[in-house]
Design a protein. Structure first.
Length: 425
């Protein structure tokens, strides 16, 4: 998809465009920004559209090759089907109120190929002092989960091309990146460190068929959607300007599955049903140390999963487990090496997949994945970056189902090479 540099002119001439209109803009988003700004703008605050508006964008194009199995398209023969193209806008209406939004086109094999709104929110600083802060945010708000969920949308703000898949599943990115609701964030800043608490309540974005396939182990014709708001809490501590970072994240989400025509879920459920419920409660512990030349990161996740009202064939409760240890070394100012070991177990009491192998549609190695990764990243300029990484994987627990229609044909042992070039402005 060609990059349209006209968006640069649109951002730089935003003030002139609005002035030329001589009336409130006709588009709903611009009208929303305009009305909200007029409500909160104080006469004493010298303000102009040009100075208060920031616009940024990014483009990333990747290439994937795998020795077997598929990731980001038909990668066994090499696949260029990984593209991210986005732009974001931030408007500071007053020193205490700002608005921001980001739209993105994302192509990730057969899992995603669409335009979407990643976030769009109003941020009100209710309290902003030297030692305390209180923010209220409303709209489509990013979910603060772990160290990377809020920054995973841009290649420059990820530590690697592919995040640890046992925690930051790429196949369910759209579901968990942000939610439609609100957030309260409280911060306390002192000589002993910075402590922040964020509480989110919101409806998860509409999940796609990949979410259902990751739950049942095969593609289904049914419809899956959130039946109540998701609750998310994160407590985060930083010491010495981010030298040490610790975080504890918790979420509680519930999805509803409505059966489709000739649905194999119904056939395998053993008892008739029309609507089933999936509840997930992940708990994530995060830690990071940042020195001048290197960083060490580790995260551990235990996720309590429950399916009910599906009939005896699919009603179950289990706990998934995953974690990783990651090291980054800055060889030069703009050249960085990374190594990581990432593990994932669908059921912490069945790490070899013995019980899963008794089910149809899924082999034993779909119950786990153990991934060794090494990579290099070169920031050629502040705006251009290239990176590459190699993965040696044992297991297929986080492979996308849409790229691998028959899980029984997947190979347990496989390798993957990814390359990426990225630009930002």
């Amino acid at each position: 998809m060609p990059f349209n540099f006209s968006i640069l002119r649109l951002c730089s001439n935003w003030g002139e465009i609005l002035s030329a209109l001589g009336r409130p803009p006709s588009t709903p988003i611009a009208l929303f920004f305009g009305l909200a700004s007029s409500l909160f703008l104080k006469p004493a605050f010298a303000w102009s559209w040009r100075e208060a508006t920031q616009c940024h964008g990014f483009l990333a194009q990747g290439y994937t090759w795998t020795s077997s199995n598929n990731f980001y398209g038909h990668s066994e023969t090499g696949s260029p089907n990984f593209t991210e193209l986005g732009a974001n806008l931030r408007i500071e209406a007053t020193p205490y109120l700002n608005f921001s939004a980001q739209g993105i086109y994302r192509h990730a094999g057969k899992v995603e190929n669409r335009l979407q709104l990643d976030f769009a929110l109003a941020d009100l600083a209710v309290l902003s002092q030297e030692n305390y802060a209180l923010h209220l945010r409303a709209g489509r708000v990013k979910n603060p989960f772990g160290l990377y969920n809020e920054t995973r949308d841009v290649a420059f703000t990820r530590p690697s091309i592919l995040l640890p898949q046992g925690i930051y599943f790429d196949r369910t990115r759209a579901l968990f990146l942000s939610s439609d609701g609100g957030q309260m964030a409280v911060g306390h800043y002192a000589h002993w460190g910075d402590l922040t608490l964020a509480i989110n309540v919101g409806m998860p974005r509409h999940p796609d068929g990949e979410v259902a396939a990751s739950i049942f182990g095969f593609n289904t014709p049914g419809r899956i959607q959130a039946n109540r708001p998701m609750y998310l809490v994160q407590l985060r501590y930083e010491y010495n300007a981010g030298e040490w970072i610790f975080a504890l994240s918790y979420a509680d989400a519930e999805l509803e599955y409505n059966t489709g025509t000739d649905d194999p879920v119904v056939l395998l459920a053993e008892t008739p049903f029309q609507t089933g419920v999936i509840r997930s409660r992940p708990v994530l512990f995060s830690a990071q140390y940042n020195a001048e030349k290197f960083s060490v990161t580790g995260e551990y996740l235990i996720q309590f999963n429950e399916t009910k009202h599906f009939g005896s064939g699919f009603n179950r409760s289990l706990a998934s487990e995953s974690g990783y240890v990651q090291g980054q070394y800055r060889i030069l100012d703009r050249l960085q090496a990374i190594v990581r070991y990432d593990v994932y177990f669908l059921d912490r009491t069945d790490r070899s997949g013995k019980n899963l192998g008794l089910e149809p549609f899924r082999p034993r190695h779909a119950a786990f994945a153990k991934d060794w990764m090494v990579g290099l990243r070169w920031e050629i300029t502040p705006n251009w970056m290239v990176s590459t990484e190699y993965h040696n994987v044992n297991g297929t627990g986080w492979l996308p189902f849409k790229d691998n229609q028959d899980p029984n044909k997947n190979r347990k042992e496989w390798g993957m090479v990814l390359g990426l070039i990225a630009f930002r402005f």
